[in-house]
Design a protein. Structure first.
Lengths: 111, 414
């Protein structure tokens, strides 16, 4: 079963660039659970985000993320795990879990 | 004549857990088991089975397979399932006929990925065999709300793939404390009765105690794990539960601990609880359930409120505060100090809690009691009045009004 792990944390932590120690942690994490990782990336800060909506056929493009929150989506992994407990165990190993939170979302499959 | 109601209550959890294990589907297992009980009502009149549990399990299994056949995509699952299932049928004997999978069920129902209220509802429905209606009544929520809650919980188990497994040794401590938190919550819901009072709520206490006892036995028999915290939780429930009969008078009034008829207390439960907590306290630093149980044991073993070792109780509360700092625990400690050292020593402890407990009726009631004993009746009256404005429990409200009436006539505000 596929799960998307969404990393939410206060992006101000990254304002002055990524901490090399923490980056090394992400590297170690990828090596440790590599077999389960199907993909993933860090995201640029929400200041770079653009939100698009289409209403009554008209495109509305606005600056910023879809919602202003205290913690922002800063990265994600797509993983494969036999069940939720496996996904939670992997999520707990992500460095961001110590500073922010990881949302674990099962991926929808269409029959 | 087999008592089906009793059988259902006693065996529901065991049968259901085995069916979920076989079919990997909560709803299918539940529907099939309901079918089996419905069939028993009719079939057993003429031909009662020698082994009712095996009959119910076998019938439910067949019903589940029938239901699966009706589903279009059942072909592969069915073929995987049948050889596995045959093993269950061949075993014989009253209890061996149905493998006991309830430990898995406990951990799945009390999975932290489910909301707390869903965990409570699922545990009562699947393990305790309570009907959705009974659970709704116990928690004072409308039946459709409770039904929805159960449907949502089962959907999350299915959609997010919450596994039907016993946690690994590494995960066990965390998961076990989550299970205990749910059982404690069920017990407190029954015991506290923060608003209104119904018989069903008392049944929650018994259900929580039974489930804790089951958890304790399954941990021992399946995992060879003896947990001092589980022992303590069971002790806590037994010791509090032992006093149930004396906490409410015939007219529905709350009876305070000091005034309870101690001959009504359940001695067997007190003895069992005391023995459990003593053993739990013997090994290692006590956790919060052990300390709470120890406090309950001191009360339960005292012949009267007057001869109770209040200093010991105050000390136990102090240790509890060290583990879980909480203004409510501090309030209990202050009340114990009022008994052991007198109201003058307790008043400053209470005043320290004025900020966090400003809207808690018990703080105002405790302060009122201390002020009354210090002879400061006008202030006591004010606190009793504030407490009665804040309480939601009608019986408590009547008690507080009585306290106000009993204050010396000279206490009227001038």
């Amino acid at each position: 079963m596929k799960y998307l792990l969404l990393i939410y944390e206060n992006e101000q932590r990254w304002e002055k660039g990524y901490d090399p120690v923490e980056l090394a942690e992400y590297g170690a994490f990828s090596r440790e659970v590599g077999a389960a990782i199907l993909g993933g990336n860090a995201l640029k800060p929400t200041a770079t985000a653009t939100t698009v909506r289409v209403r009554e056929g008209k495109r509305l493009t606005t600056d910023g993320p879809f919602a202003e929150t205290k913690e922002q989506l800063s990265g994600f992994y797509m993983i494969d795990s036999p069940n939720l407990d496996g996904a939670i165990a992997i999520a707990a190993k992500i460095a961001g879990a110590r500073f922010g939170s990881i949302e674990v979302r099962p991926v929808m499959t269409f029959a | 004549m087999i008592d089906l109601d009793r059988l259902c209550r006693a065996e529901w959890g065991r049968l259901l857990s085995s069916l979920i294990r076989s079919f990997g589907d909560f709803d299918l297992a539940e529907e099939a088991l309901q079918d089996a009980f419905a069939a028993a009502v009719v079939d057993w009149v003429e031909a009662p089975p020698n082994n009712p549990c095996a009959w119910l399990f076998g019938t439910a299994r067949h019903r589940a397979i029938d239901r699966l056949r009706e589903r279009a995509r059942s072909v592969t699952l069915l073929s995987e399932l049948l050889p596995f299932d045959e093993r269950h049928v061949q075993t014989t004997g009253e209890n061996n006929a149905v493998p006991d999978e309830r430990l898995r069920l406990i951990f799945t129902c009390c999975h932290p990925a489910l909301s707390e209220e869903s965990q409570v509802a699922l545990a009562l429905r699947t393990l305790g065999g309570l009907s959705t209606e009974e659970i709704a009544r116990a928690f004072l929520v409308p039946l459709p709300t409770m039904g929805q809650r159960l449907v949502r919980a089962k959907a999350k188990i299915r959609e997010a793939s919450i596994p039907y497994v016993i946690p690994t040794a590494e995960e066990l401590p965390e998961r076990l404390s989550a299970v205990m938190a749910v059982l404690y919550l069920i017990f407190n819901e029954g015991y506290g009765a923060s608003h209104g009072r119904e018989r069903m709520r008392l049944a929650l206490c018994k259900e929580a105690t039974d489930l804790t006892r089951l958890l304790r036995e399954l941990l021992r028999s399946r995992l060879n794990v003896a947990s001092a915290e589980v022992d303590s939780l069971l002790a806590l429930m037994l010791l509090h539960g032992a006093r149930q009969g004396s906490r409410v008078a015939a007219d529905g009034e709350v009876v305070l601990l000091e005034a309870q008829d101690r001959s009504l207390w359940d001695r067997a439960a007190i003895d069992e609880g005391s023995a459990l907590v003593q053993r739990a306290l013997g090994g290692g630093p006590p956790g919060s359930y052990a300390l709470e149980a120890a406090i309950a044991a001191v009360h339960a073993e005292s012949e009267s409120a007057a001869v109770t070792d209040w200093a010991q109780i105050a000390g136990l509360y102090q240790r509890l505060i060290a583990i879980h700092p909480s203004p409510v625990v501090a309030l209990n400690r202050a009340a114990a100090v009022a008994m052991s050292e007198g109201p003058a020593a307790a008043l400053p402890l209470l005043e320290e809690l004025a900020q966090p407990l400003a809207h808690y009726h018990r703080w105002h009631a405790a302060r009122a009691d201390v002020l009354r004993r210090l002879g400061r009746a006008p202030e006591a009256r004010g606190s009793y009045e504030r407490a009665s404005e804040l309480t939601q429990n009608e019986s408590e409200l009547r008690f507080l009004r009585r306290c106000i009436e009993e204050l010396a006539p000279g206490a009227a505000k001038s």
